[in-house]
Design a protein around this ligand. Sequence first.
Ligand code: CP
Length: 337
Amino acid sequence: MDFAGAHILSIEQFERGDIDTLFRTADRMEPFAQRRRVTRVLEGAILGNMFFEASTRTRISFGSAFNLLGGEVRESVGAESSSLVKGESLRDTARVLSGYSDVICMRHPQAGSVAEFASASRVPVINGGDGSNEHPSQALLDLYTIERELQARGRHIDGLRIAMIGDLKYGRTVHSLSKLLTLYRNIRVVLVSPPELAMPEAYVEALRTAGHEVEVTESLEQSISRVDIVYSTRIQEERFQDRSQADLYRGRFRLNQAIYTRHCEPNTVIMHPLPRDSRAEANELDADLDSNPNLAIFRQTDNGLIVRMALFALILDVAHLVDQYAREVPWFNHRNR
Ligand code: CP
């Protein structure tokens, strides 16, 4: 794909070579994300960060990534504080906001809404999550994390064994990640959910068509016993028509250190797109896993920053100029201790 000026709406836009380009660009962003260097390559550029649905990581990391490249960020948070509540269309909103921004990130509760918005935007739009459809930047940072974790274990994405656990019906991160895995070879995917929250058939079919081995189960213990990555997800209660129905499934697949020790191979990596639901009735990933070095959830969030920096650098076509506009930082940096 030609990154320059592209909307990033779906993982389907990417080919394997594009992923390599993005990941090697992300590698180069690490000194900036760690504040060892600063660059002003996007000085004067404005990111419109439009989040019409709750977010912590995606919104802040997109904004921080843009700031770290020297750009400015303008935000709208919550549909209730925008003129969408007055009946303004997504297309009019896009037409207006694209006059104020050089690139826009958008999250919205309706599937397909970000693509509709992008069709009227005059600047590139990045999908920060559209309903239960897709969350492409999350899948990209997840795969980047998987690559790094596997490399540290002398392995590659080809040949990966992964268990995806939880709400696979409404979980957009596993939808995008599944699509992404179709670009690779010889993968074993174990899908673990209640039948009512199973991965939609189209994603399962795409994995099988790519030649991957797909196993469907309701057993957490069975699923985590022969995999490299345990990818846990939250029950997406906000997608249920009747939220109380989510109570039926919350807490069904709890992972703690005792279960990990009993069932997982040594050095099995634990991932989660976050937020993990840490309420007592859910407790998807117990806090006793926090001292397990294989818990990669906060490496995922750190990687999100550099992958999103790389997306901006490529979309705004400055990846080759980042170092030219860079300098060392003079201030105290706890990361250098
Ligand atoms: N993973 C993720 O999308 O987190 P937020 O909802 O906090 O952005």
